[in-house]
Design a protein around this ligand. Structure first.
Ligand code: NDP
Length: 333
């Protein structure tokens, strides 16, 4: 059975990452795109060779060739658009952060469950082979009992993306909703643990406007006693990125694993010495699409479920609340 995707949102990520990921997945195609601006949607469809531009969300959802939607609008729209898609019986692959509040995200999951459609979150980083190997090694006891983790994920926001992320809190702008969600998800995946509390500070270094933060440092506690430090920013051009987990018997020290285009490197350091893991390049967005499509076909679960997206949102919202109040904030669903 061919899975026809409808794009909700004529976005940068849909054009530059997801279109190829879907087209590279067997028996999948993108059949329609909906933009709130029909002319822009039509131009987008022509440029990307998507056969149809929908005149409204209803038009896209009424299309029988659309079995699944990929939602990549600004963050405040994910909730109503997911509810509409579920009601129309379409499977939903939704961008992170899932919504603006936990209540909304939970309603999205409930609506998909009630409609019997697959609901997945597009957390791509957990699909990287580096993170899979780190997760496996930790589970196998290669570094003993994990004690602490550090995530370095400060970037310079490329000019093309310097829009709503910087000045629209009502659209879910800010580095915490944009990047911390990925870090919480990757930590959960690698540690196989859930965050329980967070303290954080946010920064306004001149790129963002008003109350929207462009930098954040946070420390999360997980339910396996690990504490994890997370640095994110839109303002830092040369930091590189990394992910470390330190345990009683060893450390995993990874570089270039928080951006899919970078050349990843993972070092296992123990009493036996240093060992670089062998890693094969893998297309993280394609893995996400393949797992989503397999789940639609009744084979397994999505790479990141709706519940995973709810957890990462809970971590990000708690991080924002801690920065706002100066208090440690509990994380619970
Ligand atoms: P974009 O700014 O490219 O698109 C977001 C919305 O903005 C679109 O839905 C579109 O509205 C509107 N828009 C886009 N370009 C224009 C334009 N030139 N003129 C007017 N309106 C425009 O956002 P991103 O692609 O960066 O992000 C979209 C979503 O994807 C967000 O939720 C973000 O968090 C997520 N994301 C996820 C990533 C991942 O790796 N998982 C990476 C990057 C983003 P319309 O709906 O009307 O077409």
């Amino acid at each position: 059975m061919t899975i026809g995707f409808g794009f909700i949102g004529a976005s940068d990520i849909a054009k530059n990452k997801m279109l190829a990921a879907i087209r590279n997945t067997p028996d999948c195609e993108v059949v329609s795109v909906y933009s709130s601006n029909f002319e822009r949607g039509r131009a987008y469809a022509a440029e990307t060779h998507i056969p149809h531009a929908a005149s409204s969300l209803e038009d896209l959802l009424a299309n029988p060739a659309v079995n699944a939607v990929y939602i990549s609008t600004t963050n405040e729209l994910h909730h109503p658009q997911t509810l509409a898609a579920a009601q129309a019986g379409k499977h939903v692959l939704c961008e992170k952060p899932l919504a603006m509040s936990l209540t909304e995200a939970q309603a999205m999951q409930a609506a998909c469950q009630a409609a019997g459609v697959v609901f997945a979150t597009n957390h791509h980083l957990r699909n990287a082979q580096a993170h899979h190997k780190m997760r496996e090694l930790i589970a196998a006891g290669a570094i003993g009992k994990p004690i602490a983790a550090r995530v370095f994920h400060a970037v310079y926001l490329r000019e093309a993306l310097q829009g709503w992320r910087l000045d629209k809190p009502e659209a879910g702008g800010g580095v915490v909703m944009d990047i911390v969600v990925h870090d919480v998800d990757t930590l959960r995946f690698v540690l196989q643990a859930n965050p329980t509390e967070v303290v954080s500070l946010s920064q306004h270094f001149g790129m963002s406007a008003g109350t929207v933060e462009d930098g954040s440092m946070a420390v999360f506690r997980f339910d396996n006693d690990v504490i994890a430090q997370v640095h994110t920013a839109f303002t830092v051009p040369y930091a590189g990125n990394g992910f470390e987990v330190h345990g009683t018997e060893g450390s995993l020290i990874a570089k270039n694993v928080m951006h899919p285009a970078a050349q990843p490197e993972v070092l296992l350091r123990t009493a036996r010495g240093d060992q670089f893991l062998e890693l094969e390049a893998n297309e993280v967005y394609s893995v996400g699409v393949e797992r989503f499509v397999a789940a639609i076909q009744g084979q397994g679960t999505p790479a990141a479920s709706g519940e995973d997206g709810i957890w990462s949102l809970a971590g990000a919202l708690a991080c924002l609340e801690s920065a706002r109040t100066g208090q440690k904030v509990a994380i619970k669903l």
